[in-house]
Structure formats: C-alpha cells, structure tokens
Design a protein around this ligand. Sequence first.
Ligand code: ZN
Ligand code: ZN
Length: 300
Amino acid sequence: MGVAAHAEMPIEKIKSINFPNWLKSFPFIVLHLACLSALFVEFSWSLFYLCLGSYLVRMFGITAGYHRYFSHRAYKTTRWFQFVLAWLGCSALQKGPLWWASHHRDHHKYSDTPEDPHSPHRTSFWWSHVGWVLSNDHADYPGNNIQDFSKYPELRFLSNYHWIPGIFLAVLCYLWMGFPGLVWGFFVSTVLVYHCTFFINSLTHLVGVKRFETSDESRNSLILAILTMGEGWHNNHHHYQSSANQGFYWWEIDLSYYILYGLSCFGIVWELRKPGEKALNFRRRKPIRKKKKKLTKISA
Ligand SMILES: [Zn+2]
Ligand SMILES: [Zn+2]
C-alpha cells in the first residue's frame, strides 16, 4: 500500500539529507548504546513491568499531552494538569512542549509538501523518522505557531530545561531498582518511546489504509495504534485534527482516549472534542477497483 501511495504522489526530493548535529545528538546515541547493557542484567518480570509502566506513562505524555492537547487543543484542562502533561511529555526526552507542538502544527499546515518538517515523500524514511530531529534545521521552533501556550512561564521554563523530567525519571528508576531499573525503566523504555513515536512521522505516511480523502498521504494502521496508544489512526487524525479520539469507531483501539475519557469522569479534563456524523461521512475514500475493459464490438 505504501508503494501505491508513492505512485500517486510525484516524489520531489527537495531536501538533501543533512548530517545530524553530532554534538547535540550525542545523548541520543549514548541512550541507544546504553540499551545494550540490558544483555548483562538478569531479567525479571518486575523489570519488565517497570519498563512497560515507564513506556505507557510517557507515551501518554506525548500522545495526550504534546500531541492532542498542546498541538491540537482537543480538550480542556486545568493549569496544573497542563503542567503535569508537559512534565510527562518532557520525561520522554523529545524536547519541550512548545518545540514539539509548534513543529507539529507546521506538519499539519504543510503536510507532505516541501514545507513539511518531516514528510517521507519529500525527503527519505531516515529524515522523516529521526534525521529532522537530530539536524540543525529544526533546532529552533517557529514561536508564532504556539503563542497560545508560550504565554505560560512554567511552560517556557520546561521548554528551556526540557531534560529535567527525564533526568528525574532516570534517578527515580535507579533509586527504586538499582542499575537494572535504570537500564529497563529508563534506557530501554526511552528508546522504545522514541521509535514508536517517530513511526507516526515516518510509517503512517507510507503504510496502511487511507479511509478519508485528505490532501496528504496519511494512513491508518492498527499495529501502530496499539504501539502508540491510539496514534496509528493517522489518516483519521489528519481528516479531523482537533478530535480527542483518533480511533473513530469502537474497534479502533485508542488507549490514550480511554484514559482521557476516564479523567473527564473526574473533572480533570473536559470538553473532549469528537467528530460528528457529518465529519465521519465526509469525503470517504472509495475503494479502488480496477476498471474492467469494455469490449466493443467492431462491425466489419
Ligand atoms: Zn501526519
Ligand atoms: Zn497532529
């Protein structure tokens, strides 16, 4: 299906693959290498659950916080819970909420066009997956994109010192379960959150099903939706960006939305936006069928 998507869109490689900023990428590379230490640590189920818990909490910070709240304002919450979401997102070490949301808003504004910061159709899989994060090209963020949140001093603080929550988590894992806890709860878990998040920028514009006619090449993928707590319904999301749920039907698993719904029952978040019937039925992509060749009789 990804190959078909390429065929539909003229591929114009407008960006050369710039080398990463190696100095700034050093912690990212070290984190990957540190995962190898898992081979020298005795496995236990408590370490597995620590890794899973650390993964789920931080993935929620990215999906429900950085993405659905800071980028799309898909629901409302209090100022203190807004800070909690920013803290959880920062603990995934994907820079601050203002940087993340500002670039993501550009992704939607220019999706799969030359101005898109990470389109695999305009550059390469490598660039859309991780190259754009590591390069100097996107080290800063367009501030005018995110003025609605940059007015909060606590968010500006977290954006400037976005590494603090990640270091805090690493220390917590170490104090709780020693070096094995640091390895599984922080090193391995962080790298898993990295690549599963990055798959949304790379793979969901290449592989999957396109339910809605959108101006980009976004796709829906069940596997990626499971891995990313609901973000794999990316074509749904490009179709109706401000929705708090990205799985539009009961069978489209969306763990982030289930948690948000639970939080709304306690009044922690509210006004969860959802698409109405009109949006759900609007410009639905028809299945592509090959046209049968009409046999025309040729009279002699
Ligand atoms: Zn996208
Ligand atoms: Zn989005």
